[in-house]
Write a protein that binds this ligand. Structure first.
Ligand SMILES: [Zn+2]
Length: 177
């Protein structure tokens, strides 16, 4: 019998949310979140691997305390506020950034699969065996919205199929001007 590999995410993902919580709700917010989700908290290393649960708990904490709207906003900010990367992204354009997103995914998650089918003004992003729950799906929707901000574009993201609603994968349709 083969042992299933534990699902893990890079500390950088957790740190991105921690940064948003600090910016939005201050040190009190960070302390409250640490207290509520347990001792691992935010003492994480950017490149180290952490159990998927850490990320799931943070997203749930934001949802429980502030609503799904803020899960989406937090995820968007983890993508759009990347300093030098953001500058390069504006020059590279949305297609290059999405192509790069595939690489980013496998760097940050040791589970699941991402496929991005890009055409002129839209892209279909398919996540298979990836999202943990429906709150996580909202975070992906937000992250993809963050891509628009990163490249200075206006666009929409809709989750058109969801693996937590009886489908085989979560499919996000991105459409932009
Ligand atoms: Zn979904």
């Amino acid at each position: 019998m083969t042992e299933e590999k534990a699902r893990q995410t890079r500390g950088g993902v957790v740190k991105g949310y921690a940064k948003y919580i600090k910016k939005k709700w201050g040190t009190d917010g960070v302390l409250a979140c640490q207290r509520d989700i347990g001792e691992l908290g935010f003492e994480v290393k950017e490149d180290a691997w952490y159990p998927e649960e850490v990320n799931v708990k943070i997203l749930q904490w934001i949802a429980d305390n502030y609503g799904l709207e803020y899960v989406e906003k937090a995820a968007a900010s983890t993508i759009s506020e990347r300093g030098v990367v953001a500058y390069a992204a504006k020059l590279a354009g949305i297609k290059k950034v999405l192509e790069r997103g595939v690489e980013d995914y496998y760097r940050n998650f040791n589970y699941g699969k991402i496929d991005i089918d890009i055409s002129d003004n839209q892209a279909m992003v398919t996540l298979t065996d990836s999202t943990s729950n429906e709150v996580d799906c909202v975070s992906w929707k937000g992250a993809l919205k963050g891509v628009y901000k990163l490249v200075n574009k206006t666009g929409d993201v809709q989750e058109i199929e969801c693996c937590h609603k009886g489908k085989g994968a979560c499919k996000f349709l991105m459409t932009w001007e």
